[in-house]
Write a protein that binds this ligand. Structure first.
Ligand SMILES: Nc1ncnc2c1ncn2[C@@H]1O[C@H](COP(=O)(O)OP(=O)(O)OP(=O)(O)O)[C@@H](O)[C@H]1O
Length: 596
């Protein structure tokens, strides 16, 4: 519940004066509804059902006095005219108010969505190392609509409450003992059906957990679909899917049962109450006919509102866990925000390395409780405009070292320095502004090749794109694509081979005109011919930018100015290519022999 209030307060913070205006609109609509009721009495007296005096009712007496001189038809025309005017006014106001409410609600949800997405973009990389991707994906896609629905329920409940308050006030004015009796019954029923709101909350918790598992599961399964199909694992996944969706189905049916049960009791009670009400009105309180008619009309409108308050309350209770999840994520994101990253602008002064990037006695581990370090007392220097190759067995710590060099993660001990100055969060952002990075698993969007390239440099001309494609050895196969640069690459670039994907991502990185080019195993998926092209490209680029390559294909790094050989988180060999190669007992020679 506390989380929900946080978002209601935020709603006020977002909507400002529009929210009270919205509430005033609601009150006006309810008032007009009440006013309409008072017109019924003179109308009914005109028809001959009541004595015309209006029996001391407010507005009615005023109206009766004003119409005294008119003939019966004139009176009828005026009263019906008033009736139509009030209904029209009410309809116009209600329409405007509903429009207004929707704008506030949708605007607010967009605002929350943008906040979360911005928070994710601004979060430190360590956040993504410790969280399951599907969890925040789930909040962005499934929980936010629930929060939106919850906010709608809050606004709706406020409307119903206001409406109820105005009508109850009218009813009290007309006959307070009768109204109090009815309200007491309503309160008793609300207390008796409280258990349904609790059940709704429990089902809401379960719905959140189930939907989290569902999102997590299908995200993982769909990413590993090729493995599932190749290994004939369809049956296991289908079993999992069926069991989970069956639980989800039961959860929704359960919630519906809770709602229908409470509504059932409200309906039952309404029959009993009406009988009791009429008995009390006629036999005990002896309420005059005009008032009785009006109270009956008021309560016949009010009772469904009681029921909708109950049902709205249950629906709100069901969405409460979504508010809690959203609040938790927002809190987590606020705690891991990268200093100086506003996610909307590039750094004012991108950091260009003129001297060297250096690691002084750097230690790092993913789990601070773990016994050993992932990177263990690293000492290195990467001179600007040089080409450095990092090699080593799988799991040696090569990718972790790169993350550290560009400030995605921070050392536990020691310092990373750029041109002799420690790399703090702000400088790391400025450094990454000039980095071109080709990750281990290159990512392409389901868009055309041109759009994929423009992602890195929106203003890039066609000539620059071809130049980057030439440099990355992509030109020959791109020329053969059916629509050239306008060819659709398919989901995650599925229409290209692994090697082709990597070369396109390399072209994209080059389009940024980076000061530092980083290739993480960029050559692992290349065929021998492309490998030669890449090697030539690297040779061409050498000297114009700082290049750091993590290479498994050792032939691509023959021209490297420096080779760092890693094992078990430590640098065990370091030096120029031929120097490291000449150590015949060293790991590098062994790796070369293995590849030969
Ligand atoms: N997010 C993570 N959380 C915990 N441990 C991790 C994480 N990423 C990597 N590691 C561990 O850190 C060690 C170094 O991993 P890293 O990816 O840096 O190695 P690598 O040399 O790049 O390997 P490869 O050549 O296979 O990519 C490995 O033991 C790995 O299991």
């Amino acid at each position: 519940m506390a989380a929900m209030w946080v978002y209601v307060r935020k709603l006020y913070g977002y909507a400002g004066f529009r929210l009270p205006l919205h509430l005033i609109g609601m009150i006006a609509v309810s008032m007009l509804e009440g006013l309409n009721l008072f017109i019924l009495v003179p109308l009914l007296s005109l028809i001959g059902l009541f004595d015309s005096a209006g029996n001391g009712l407010p507005f009615v007496n005023l109206l009766s006095d004003a119409l005294q001189g008119l003939p019966a038809t004139g009176k009828l025309a005026v009263i019906l005219g008033l009736f139509v005017v009030i209904i029209t006014l009410q309809a116009v106001l209600q329409r405007a108010q509903s429009d207004w409410g929707e704008r506030i609600e949708q605007g607010y949800i967009r605002h929350l969505r943008t906040d979360i997405y911005t928070g994710l973009l601004q979060a430190r990389w360590t956040f993504f190392l410790s969280k399951k991707r599907s969890d925040y994906l789930h909040i962005l896609t499934a929980e936010l609509p629930r929060v939106s629905f919850g906010i709608y329920q809050v606004l709706n409940l406020a409307t119903v409450l206001l409406f109820t308050a105005v009508q109850v006030a009218l009813a009290v004015y007309l006959s307070w003992p009768l109204t109090l009796c009815i309200l007491a019954c309503g309160l008793m029923l609300a207390l008796l059906t409280r258990t349904y709101a609790r059940q709704a909350r429990v089902l809401g918790d379960e719905a959140t957990a189930l939907s989290e598992t569902y999102y997590g599961g299908i995200t993982e399964h769909l990413s590993g679909l090729k493995e599932i199909k190749s290994n004939r694992l369809e049956r296991h996944h289908l079993q999992w899917f069926r069991a989970l969706t069956s639980k989800m189905e039961k959860n929704v049916i359960g919630f519906n049962r809770v709602q229908s049960m409470s509504q059932f009791y409200y309906r039952l009670a309404s029959g009993l109450l009406l009988a009791l009400f009429l008995f009390l009105a006629v036999a005990v309180f002896r309420v005059p006919g005009e008032r009785l008619v009006m109270i009956v009309i008021i309560f016949s409108r009010l009772w469904p509102k009681f029921a909708s308050l109950q049902s709205g309350g249950e629906q709100l209770a069901q969405t409460l866990p979504a508010f809690a999840s959203l609040e938790r994520l927002e809190r987590d994101l606020a705690a891991v925000r990268e200093a100086g990253n506003d996610a909307t602008t590039d750094s004012e002064h991108p950091l260009v390395v003129t001297g060297h990037i250096e690691c002084r006695n750097v230690c790092y581990r993913y789990d601070t409780e773990a016994a050993g370090y992932t990177l263990d007392h690293i000492q290195l220097q990467i001179p600007a405009h040089s080409m450095t190759a990092i090699v080593g067995r799988s799991g040696a710590g090569k990718s972790t070292l790169i993350d550290l060099l560009i400030g995605l993660i921070e050392p536990e001990q020691g310092t990373v320095l750029v041109d002799g100055i420690p790399l703090d969060a702000k400088r790391a952002l400025a450094l990454r502004d000039r980095v071109g990075y080709v990750p281990q698993e290159p990512f392409l969007f389901h868009a055309t090749l041109r759009e994929n390239l423009r992602l890195a440099a929106p203003e890039a001309t066609e000539d620059r794109m071809w130049e980057a494609l030439r440099l990355s050895a992509s030109e020959p196969f791109v020329r053969q694509l059916p629509q050239g640069l306008d060819t659709l690459l398919g989901d995650r670039g599925i229409r290209l081979s692994g090697g082709e994907r990597q070369r396109i991502v390399l072209a994209r990185a080059l389009l940024r005109k980076p000061a530092i080019l980083i290739l993480d195993e960029a050559t692992s998926a290349l065929d021998s011919e492309s490998e030669v092209f890449i090697q030539e490209a690297l040779t061409r680029l050498q000297g114009s930018m700082t290049i750091i390559v993590i290479a498994h294909r050792l032939s691509t790094i023959r021209g490297a100015d420096q080779v760092l050989v890693m094992d078990n988180g430590a640098i065990i060999q370091q030096g120029a290519y031929h120097q490291v190669k000449s150590d015949t007992d060293g790991m590098f020679s062994r790796l070369l022999q293995l590849q030969a």
